[in-house]
Design a binder for this molecule. Structure first.
Ligand code: ZN
Length: 218
């Protein structure tokens, strides 16, 4: 990165991802190759879990936004942990696929501590969008460029995207990744996360048709 005469030279900014390490990872869902990347633009560490041979192929793919409380602690306030398990299970069952675990996406990109603050506001009655905005932060600050760069590095031909979020599909297409299909990843709602899921459906355009029957019953 250089600067001369006060003019920032964008041509010298690093971009893309660097593949740093490959290692076998045996999981409860199956065998994966864990590939560690460095995001050259931001310096972040990222990881992809690859099952089977995806080079030149159409691959089942999940872009999973990190959620420490859901993924690791089993929080019942969101569906992230359930989706992470279901996605890895589906990829292993399919025999070929990739999960890109997107670090830096806590709380839809606002960071872990801000997400915890937003959760306090949600406990007081705000929805997830209102809570982020009340903190002066964007409702959704996530960027999927690094995910697209990882998929390009893996040379997948196209993806069948495991997601209910149309914005992920649009982002991949914008970054030159073919999306042949969007595959729903619908988790049964719980009392603790129903409002969270309805906000996703009603304010963030997520495709969650399975909630209709639940809402009619309540
Ligand atoms: Zn979560």
């Amino acid at each position: 990165m250089t600067e001369s005469d006060g003019v920032f030279d964008v041509g010298t900014q690093p971009s893309g991802v660097e593949r740093v390490v490959n290692v076998r990872l045996s999981t409860r869902y199956g065998e994966f190759l864990a590939i560690g990347y460095r995001d050259l633009a931001r310096g972040d560490e990222q990881i992809a879990l690859v099952h089977g041979d995806v080079t030149g192929e159409e691959a089942l793919a999940r872009l999973h936004s990190e959620c420490l409380t859901g993924d690791a602690f089993g929080s019942r306030h969101c569906e992230c942990g359930d989706q992470l398990s279901a996605a890895l299970k589906a990829i292993a069952a399919e025999g070929r696929g990739v999960l890109v675990y997107l670090r830096g996406h806590e709380g839809r990109g606002i960071g872990l501590l801000a997400k915890l603050q937003a959760m306090r506001l949600q406990a007081e009655g705000l929805d997830t969008v209102e809570a982020n905005l009340a903190l002066g932060l964007p409702a959704d600050a996530r960027d999927y460029q690094v995910a697209a760069e990882v998929l390009h590095d893996l040379r997948v031909r196209s993806v069948r995207l495991l997601s209910n979020n149309p914005r992920k599909r649009e982002a991949l297409l914008r970054h030159g990744v073919g999306v042949s299909e969007q595959v729903p990843l619908l988790m049964p709602p719980r009392q603790e996360n129903l409002a969270y899921l309805l906000t996703k459906r009603d304010r963030m355009d997520h495709c969650l048709p399975h909630l209709d029957a639940v809402v009619q019953r309540t």
